[in-house]
Design a protein around this ligand. Structure first.
Ligand SMILES: [Zn+2]
Length: 328
């Protein structure tokens, strides 16, 4: 990824800001010939009362949000061009925004000849780049839903999990910060609390298959545990297992294991305990993991069960049965 040369000017020239708005399903009102206005779609937007602070000049292909929260998050910048918009929406660098925009199927991008030549399958020594750090943080708060799910205040604080009351696509959701292995914040994911679909929402363009949740903390703990890590599916599974005394737990954020996730696990751990959900998808993912880790320990999770529904005692018993070496 890092070796790709990006012609920012060519991209800005060839993409209409309305295509970018369409891509994110942002609906604005036309207030003048070349001027649209509406609710701010940016994840940085924290002022719930501000109305229609987001404006777009389709003639000049630029946008702006005048709310204090957005300006502050962008260190005083009020708006920008299409690449700034994508960078804001996806919480990534401008360079990364250009690369992602180029990969969208619904927008055709003029990339320039040199760009096409250089991007032809050139790869750096490491198979994949670390995800870039976010340039902002969201203000999250404790919510009774966490208690309903059996999460203690100290666990929520540890993971930085909380309710997001601001605006943007995570509004009204239980939000989980996601870090790269270096401990840098790279994305937020949000879960509905009332069963609404989609239950989990990730930032557009963010691929959860490129990350292992809680890896940066687990690596440290695993080093003291002989390189053993516990692999679970979801955020809440991860929090509950951590709460039971196992700091060396990581989550796949779903019931599938990508090549990149497998590579990350192989890089940082010597041995795995695979504790996925007791449903069909979980069993399938367990078999896939076990195929790549022939010595993986697989504790028995009852049919239909999942770690986040177990108490700390039950989690300990389940893990102790899987391996005598896994003291909490
Ligand atoms: Zn805004």
């Amino acid at each position: 990824m890092s070796s790709q040369w990006v012609d920012f000017a060519a991209i800005k020239r060839s993409v209409d800001i309305r295509q970018v708005l369409d891509h994110y399903c942002v609906r604005l009102k036309r207030v003048r010939q070349e001027y649209l206005r509406g609710l701010c779609p940016l994840p940085t937007h924290g002022s719930a009362q501000s109305r229609e602070s987001f404006g777009v000049d389709t003639g000049r292909n630029v946008w702006a949000c005048h709310s204090a929260s957005c300006c502050q998050a962008r260190r005083g910048k009020v708006g920008g061009n299409i690449l700034d918009l994508v960078a804001c929406m996806e919480a990534c660098s401008v360079r990364e925004a250009a690369l992602r925009l180029r990969g969208w199927g619904d927008v055709s991008v003029e990339t320039g000849l040199r760009d096409q030549l250089v991007s032809k399958g050139k790869r750096s020594g490491r198979s994949q780049e670390e995800l870039p750090r976010l340039s902002f943080t969201l203000r999250l708060q404790w919510h009774p839903y966490l208690e309903q799910r059996g999460i203690l205040g100290q666990t929520a604080a540890r993971f930085g999990v909380g309710y997001y009351g601001g605006s943007g696509f995570l509004r009204g959701r239980m939000v989980f910060p996601i870090h790269n292995v270096g401990g840098e914040l790279v994305a937020y994911a949000g879960r509905t609390m009332d069963g609404r679909e989609p239950r989990y929402l990730f930032p557009p363009g963010f691929h959860k298959s490129q990350v292992v949740f809680n890896l940066h903390r687990a690596v440290e703990f695993a080093a003291r545990q002989g390189g053993v890590a516990i692999v679970v599916e979801g955020f809440f599974d991860c929090l509950k297992v951590h709460q039971a005394g196992y700091g060396n737990v990581v989550a796949l954020m779903g019931a599938s294991l990508s090549d990149r996730q497998s590579e990350l696990l192989h890089t940082y751990f010597r041995e795995l305990v695979v504790m996925l959900d007791g449903d069909e998808a979980g069993r399938r993912a367990t078999r896939a993991l076990a195929a790549r880790w022939p010595h993986a320990h697989v504790p028995w999770v009852p049919a239909g069960g999942q770690p986040d529904q177990l108490s700390s005692e039950q989690i300990k018993r389940t893990l102790l049965k899987a391996s005598g070496t896994l003291g909490a």
